[in-house]
Design a protein around this ligand. Sequence first.
Ligand SMILES: [Zn+2]
Length: 347
Amino acid sequence: MRVVRIREHGGLEQLRFEEAPVPAPGPCEVRVAVRAVGLNHLDTWVRRGVPGHTFPLPMIPGCDGAGVVDAVGPGVTSRKVGDRVVLAPGFSCGACPACAAGRQNLCRHYGIFGEMRDGTCADFLVVPERNALALPEHVPFEVAAAFPLVYLTAWHMLADRAELRPGETVLVHAAGAGVSTAAIQIARLLGAGRVIATTSTAAKAAKARELGADDVVDYVREDFVARVRDLTGRAGVDVVVDHVGRATLPGSLKCLAKGGRVVSCGATSGQAVEVAMNLVFFKSLSLLGSTMGGLGEVHEVLGHVAAGRLRPVVDSVLPMSAVAEAHRRLEARDVFGKIVLVPEAVS
Ligand SMILES: [Zn+2]
């Protein structure tokens, strides 16, 4: 089978096409013939490397994918050959107290496909049976591959960590990012009274409105803190979804109303942030961290996608041979939503 493999960290040239043996499923595992792969920023970090973090190279990248079950290992009961499936992007031990509680992302052995073990940029991959969720016939593979990681992330941030309540006001940074497109829709679905998004271009602003943002702030031309104050009559917002970090977090805290929560799933602009503790205690603020979510939440999100209540945003569908171009566009932020890659044989 053909795979994309990263042997050393570096530039786009490190995305090498190789031949590899087709893997065999072990007990309680299924083999999936991949039909579509969703690209995430995590793929670019695995390729470039992250200072202070060790990825187990060589690695087949790709966290998100959808396809057809092609073989099942001993003991598999819930899936059969020919089933359409979408993959839950995280795996865990399945036996510890966190896993038993359905909070797999808190498992000490939690990992993500394409980050801690081989991922979806391959003709086939083997996953635990519980990671292969039945995909309804009417959801195309390209749409299915576009949602799991970012919608799981955004769902866990808003529903679980920030405990968003109906009527609350939400600020979502960088509306074009995959997790932000998800957060805007999920905030709406959970009953947010108002969703404010920030973005950098008029075209992205229009798309953010289509997704459900009531107001869009141009963070290049405007001071987002001042604009949010104006838009909320100086009250501030109840929840901020922040994955930008250093460039936005101090402002995110200033934007919060009393009792507000900022929930962070990343810090793409820098990790070290100075926090004004007087704001935090005086306004009873919460600074919440969030990574991925539980397996049950993947099922929950899939239910909303299948019912049309959440609509994954696909920026473009490219052949797998364009994986380097896809990485380049993602790094240049030249996307709105997800880039999906399709293996050539079935494209
Ligand atoms: Zn566990």
